[in-house]
Ligand binder design. Structure first.
Ligand code: BGC
Length: 890
């Protein structure tokens, strides 16, 4: 921390310290490889974690069917342990516990090292089909292991197995595809059991990213095997072979982007389609060689439903349901059809001026489902498609549609919720909800840019800039680690890193910040979860990426590449070579840190390379503290990534502050600058300006989109503009999480909950609690179930001052910075007015204002009198001027 001016009180020993005792962590759910009780773990040495640091040494025990198979002690301070390599048998359920602290379970997978030898059966290029086989039940534990080049659903004796949707998700099929394990033991009936696999084109053979169908292959294929484990070991009793049959499923069209047609079978005459034909022989097919590995990521599931709030009829026979918020999933429809019906459901995010569905921004994504129904009551829903929508336009519905006739079914890769942010201002609450909604909607197997238009790809910068916010809100470790594998798979032999993962080469390679996700995301996983395994896997690829970039530099400056500060408003562009050079210096520094963490010998080499590139940055782009081309993004990267000479830092921050004022307290940043701007202002003593930008209601700002009724995060600041209406349909998503990166600032700089940004440790063990009250808000509070335990930080403003509250878990070091002025002695701590506080709790007065102190584990509450906090919540004269201008919401 810069600018400390001496300790006010003596250091206290541990024995004297805490004013209240911490609540010891109770037994809680542990995670195996980042997931709760995963089934199908092929990791040779599964990692167990319990979301807390041990206060003292503890015993960890792993059991199989009650029998202890491993026992070891884990040292105080640890929050994870690895089960030793090769201790575990395949297809075996294990439980584990850490001395009453945590318990978990997992089931091993095939552990066949990728040696998948079940045959494959072909599907249809357009339709979803059903493939059926049977086997006789046996004693022992019985499992289904299934995968597809396409997407599948598994059923046993007509009953769906599990809840996974769109399995096995999207991977770089040139390299790998993932299988999932489902236990059948208790579901078997005596004698013959019928296994059914529904198979649709999915990402493999359907439309992907505007490029038409069949990107990876013409036809989908599925492969599955039933395995029994009994006293004699593991045997295969059934596999997808030539004995299987293939059947029409009444889903002649099933495409992720274009939509699905669902027919119900019915025998009546005069119907709109023919009954399903009998099954024929299934077709075994040879597929390109591909590694089949256990899925390390959480499955996609239905995460909730949203009712329609109203239905309108903008034209005769055209009914439009409004779900009140932008969502990702599909529509479930309840129909009572007096006769045959053909109902078409189209999906969109917006309406036209006449209340019709607006679909221009979907580009070629049709988002059209059809239901061909016989007479009678039906509840129907597609199974193999995905739409981004707030509105559904329905034609062909028999009679008047009511909100009770339908609901939106939401899909997402199900990740545990780990963080929450409570704020007094309803607009900010809506913003936090919008960030969460865009996260859920864009985490369907792959972290995507958007869920509605014909793109829906794993854009690297989007997740890189949003990753920190996201990883407060959700437990992302297994999901993002699985995605990093796709990013590594897509790296070119010369070291270039793609812009999207799974790679689509036509989307390009090697843009700064975008491709640097290869460094940022594994580093994030290390910092949050202590995940050095993903860091280890990414380490050599990172080094190849660094070598590729360094080879392009001229005098240390990296040439500007394609994307720059993508979608920044304003007229002055941040030079692309400035961004490129800054991003390179940053990545080199992180690789140096990674080398240190991994015990690799290259730390000094990368630290030097980073220093060289930083020097080149200063020579090329700075005159002392000032940028030659002054932009908010330029200053934000220079300050955030430590490219300014230390002696010029304060002056550079002042130059940025001047620029922000000159820009009317409006941000002028795109994808690169936005995640950095507010944190940099708050960190350099300009929190008030960060707050003004945040409280801005005019264009461009977060509140602008809230006032315009946004229910998810917009791709562009002017996705809708009060003067120009909707942005170009060529690129205008209303559901893009990138600008949700402001969540990170809300956690760290408003509620004050974060880890030390200067630290390099893993697992959130070094806290920096730095609440920053914001005018317009009266209260903010963050809670985060971190890898090291639950952390809380927040504040509440009242007539008598501001109360700051914290919860610090056992075993972490916490430093709090309180933005109070004047004498510390007026402070009430944990309900006690403590004049002599300094003897118990040494406080450091900071030169830039505020006080810093180390907080022992426990719950803390500090109430600062209004004299010490009045400066924090003064409202500015011009606040609300936008409201006075008579801004009309849409
Ligand atoms: C995507 C992005 C992405 C950008 C970069 C867009 O089409 O939606 O969010 O980062 O392209 O070119």
């Amino acid at each position: 921390m810069n600018g400390e001016s001496g300790v006010l009180g003596p250091q206290v020993s541990g024995a004297q310290a805490p004013l209240i005792r911490p609540v010891p962590p109770g037994p809680q759910a542990g995670l195996t490889c980042g997931l709760a009780d995963p089934v199908g773990v092929d990791e040779p040495s599964p990692r167990l974690s319990w979301g807390a640091r041990l206060a003292e040494e503890a015993a960890v025990t792993v059991r199989a069917e009650g029998r202890e198979v491993w026992r070891s002690s884990v040292p105080a301070g640890s929050h994870l342990v690895d089960v030793p390599d090769d201790l575990l048998a395949p297809l075996t359920p294990y439980t584990w516990s850490v001395d009453g602290h945590a318990a978990g379970a997992f089931t091993t997978g095939l552990r066949a090292g990728g040696g998948w030898d079940a045959p494959w059966l072909a599907g249809d290029p357009r339709a979803a089909v059903s493939l059926r086989g049977s086997f006789t039940s046996r004693p022992g534990r019985v499992w289904l292991a299934a995968t597809a080049l396409g997407v599948y659903r598994a059923l046993l004796n007509g009953v769906r197995l599990g809840e996974e949707e769109l399995a096995p998700g999207w991977t770089d099929y040139g390299h790998r595809v993932r299988y999932r394990l489902l236990e059948l033991t208790r579901l078997l009936v005596p004698g013959e059991n019928e296994l059914e696999l529904w198979l649709a084109p999915g990402w493999y053979a359907g439309h992907v990213a505007g490029g038409g169908p069949g990107r990876y292959g013409d036809r989908p294929a599925v492969s599955a095997q039933v395995l029994v484990r009994d006293g004699a070991g593991v045997r295969r009793v059934c596999a997808t072979d030539a004995a299987w049959t293939r059947h029409d499923l009444g889903r002649p069209r099933a495409d992720l982007i274009m939509g699905e047609t669902v027919q119900t079978p019915f025998p009546q005459a005069g119907t709109v389609h023919t009954p399903f034909p009998q099954g024929g022989a299934a077709e075994p097919v040879a597929v390109p060689e591909v590694l089949v590995e256990a899925d390390p990521a959480p499955p996609v599931r239905v995460i909730g439903t949203v009712p329609a709030v109203c239905v309108t009829e903008p034209a005769p026979g055209v009914q439009v349901a409004d779900f009140g918020r932008n969502v990702v999933g599909r529509v479930r429809l309840r129909v009572d059809a007096p006769g045959p019906a053909r109902i078409v459901v189209r999906h969109g995010e917006e309406l036209t001026a006449t209340g019709r569905l607006y679909t221009d921004n979907l580009r070629t994504a049709d988002q059209r489902d059809e239901f061909l129904l016989g007479p009678g009551r039906h509840e129907v829903e597609p199974a193999f498609t995905l739409h981004g929508f707030r509105y559904a336009e329905i034609t062909g519905f028999p009679g008047a549609l009511t909100p009770d006739d339908l609901e939106a079914v939401l899909l997402s890769s199900a990740m545990a919720v780990t963080g929450s942010l409570t704020v007094s201002d309803p607009a900010v609450r809506q913003l936090v909800a919008n960030i969460g909604a865009s996260a859920d909607g864009n985490l369907v197997s792959v972290p995507t840019d958007c869920p509605q238009r014909d793109e829906r790809t794993g854009w690297t910068a989007d997740i890189s800039v949003f990753g920190s916010t996201l990883s407060f809100l959700r437990h992302t470790q297994a999901f993002l680690s699985g995605w990093v594998t796709s990013l590594i798979d897509g790296q070119r032999a010369d070291g270039a890193v793609p812009h999207v993962a799974p790679v689509l080469p036509e989307y390009g390679y090697d843009s700064p910040v975008w491709s640097d996700a290869l460094v940022e995301v594994p580093w994030l996983l290390w910092r949050r979860y202590g995940d050095d395994r993903t860091l280890r896997r990414a380490y050599d690829p990172m080094r190849r990426w660094a070598a590729y970039c360094l080879a392009q530099t001229e005098d240390g400056v990296r040439p500007g590449r394609a994307l720059g500060d993508w979608l920044a408003p304003g007229t002055v562009e941040t030079p692309r070579n400035l961004i490129a050079t800054a991003a390179l210096a940053r990545s080199l520094r992180l690789i140096a840190h990674a080398a240190g963490v991994l015990g690799e010998p290259h730390a000094a080499e990368y630290a030097e390379a980073s220093a060289r590139v930083s020097g080149a940055f200063r020579r090329a782009f700075l005159d002392g503290p000032r940028l030659r081309t002054e932009t908010q993004t330029g200053y934000a990267v220079a300050l955030a990534w430590d490219l300014v000479a230390p002696e010029d830092r304060a002056a550079s921050a002042r130059a940025l502050a001047e620029l922000v004022r000159a820009d009317g307290h409006r941000l002028m940043t795109g994808f690169v600058g936005t995640p950095l701007l507010l944190p940099v202002l708050s960190e350099t003593g300009h929190h008030d300006l960060a707050c003004r930008i945040f409280n801005q209601e005019g264009y461009p700002s977060w509140r602008y989109q809230l006032r315009a009724g946004a229910t998810t995060m917009w791709e562009r600041w002017d996705a809708w503009h009060h003067r120009h209406g909707l942005q170009t349909p060529a690129m205008n998503s209303f559901n893009h999480y990138a600008y949700g990166c402001v969540g990170d600032w809300l956690f760290r700089h408003v509620a004050g909950l974060g880890d030390d940004p200067r630290g390099t440790g893993g697992g959130f063990g070094e806290l920096l609690l730095r609440p920053g009250p914001v005018p317009l808000l009266r209260q903010a509070h963050a809670r985060y179930a971190s890898a090291s335990g639950t952390v809380e930080s927040g504040w509440r403003a009242g007539p008598d001052g501001v109360q700051f509250t914290f919860a610090v878990p056992e075993g972490v070091s916490a430093r709090a910075v309180l933005p109070v002025r004047g004498a510390w002695d007026g402070m009430t701590v944990n309900g006690t007015f403590l004049m002599g506080l300094n003897e118990q709790l040494p406080v450091t007065r900071l030169a830039g204002g505020g006080c810093a102190l180390s907080l022992p584990p426990g719950r803390w509450s500090f109430t600062a009198p209004s004299a010490a906090t009045a400066h924090l919540l003064q409202e500015w004269d011009d606040l609300g001027s936008w409201r006075r201008q008579g801004f009309q919401t849409r």
